[in-house]
Design a protein around this ligand. Structure first.
Ligand SMILES: Nc1ncnc2c1ncn2[C@@H]1O[C@H](COP(=O)(O)OP(=O)(O)OP(=O)(O)O)[C@@H](O)[C@H]1O
Length: 317
């Protein structure tokens, strides 16, 4: 019994020790379990975090995918634009090259034209100088001729026979014109009571002379006035001798007298001389005075009236 008892005590001791060991193991297992639970919790938390992150990442990646698609689309359209622009650039470059060539050509042309213009300007200046010199010479020669013709000249104009006012048909018998060389166009013979009276003038216009024929002589004097010389033309003659007709004329182109024709010549010449730098200032007074620089031209005309009975000197117009 005693040995059994001892054996039992020993077994009991062993069992107690085993229980203690088991308790220690259990404790260890519990601690391990607690640790594992803690780790599990941590891992679960981490998993949740990772899951959340994964969810977010997936969302982000979806967004990024959409953005990437949009960018790709934009990129492809921009690529197209780039291609188009490159083509345009190539065309523009080509054009630019062409324009460069044209510009160089134009520049060369411009330079040569500049040279031509310069040359022409020089020639024009020289031509203008020559014109001015030639004009001076012309004026001088023209007025020398007029001086040689005589500073005071008397022209005689015979007006045609007027059937309603003049006595019948004696004109030819009374008026005749000498045909001698020295008096041709300058002389006039009148019969007065059977006696022949001869007169000579610088020029005689017979009854057939037109207004134009008369003005051919006067226009030289008008030109003198335009050249700066003083000129006076006046008509003188008896009533009805044709002063008004000669000076003013009648309506109608060929009937214009000295005054309108002179004015036409003055205005025409003064306008054409404007291009040479001349400026004319004209003034008209009751006796028709046209002023050029300090010179005056007074238009009137000495007109002698030759009637059947002889030479009559009438009033001054
Ligand atoms: N050369 C001519 N050709 C044709 N008709 C003329 C000519 N000369 C004058 N006459 C005419 O003679 C007439 C008288 O001329 P005008 O009136 O010109 O004379 P006048 O000398 O001016 O006279 P007054 O001193 O009285 O004014 C007018 O009818 C005019 O048309």
């Amino acid at each position: 019994f005693q040995s059994s008892q001892k054996e039992a005590i020993r077994v009991k001791e062993e069992l107690r020790k085993e229980v203690e060991c088991l308790r220690a193991d259990l404790q260890q297992v519990r601690e391990d379990r607690d640790q594992s639970v803690a780790q599990l919790n941590t891992l679960t938390a981490e998993l949740a975090t990772y899951s959340e992150q994964a969810r977010k990442s997936s969302k982000d990646s979806e967004l990024l995918r959409i953005k990437a698609a949009a960018f790709e689309e934009t990129c492809s359209s921009q690529q197209e634009q780039i291609e188009t622009l490159q083509k345009q650039l190539a065309v523009a470059t080509e054009k630019l090259k062409h324009a460069d060539v044209t510009a160089i050509e134009a520049m060369t042309g411009y330079e040569s034209q500049k040279e031509t213009i310069k040359d022409l300007e020089e020639r024009l200046a020289y031509a203008e100088f020559q014109i001015i010199e030639a004009d001076k010479l012309r004026k001088k020669l023209h007025n020398t001729i007029l001086e040689l013709k005589g500073n005071i000249r008397v022209f005689c104009r015979v007006r045609p026979f007027l059937s309603d006012t003049d006595s019948n048909g004696q004109e030819e018998a009374i008026i005749s014109y000498p045909s001698s060389v020295e008096n041709a166009g300058r002389g006039i013979d009148l019969m007065n009571q059977g006696q022949k009276c001869s007169f000579s003038y610088d020029k005689v216009f017979d009854h057939s002379a037109s207004q134009d024929d008369v003005f051919v002589e006067m226009s030289q004097l008008v030109q003198s006035a335009l050249d700066g010389y003083k000129v006076c033309i006046f008509a003188y003659g008896q009533t009805g001798s044709g002063k008004t007709y000669t000076m003013m004329g009648k309506p109608g182109r060929d009937q214009k007298g000295i005054i309108p024709r002179s004015l036409e010549q003055i205005f025409k010449t003064s306008q054409s001389l404007e291009s040479q730098g001349w400026k004319y200032c004209m003034q008209v007074s009751p006796c028709i005075t046209l002023q050029y620089s300090s010179c005056n031209i007074v238009l009137s005309m000495l007109l002698l009236r030759h009637l059947h009975t002889g030479v009559n000197v009438g009033n001054i117009q």
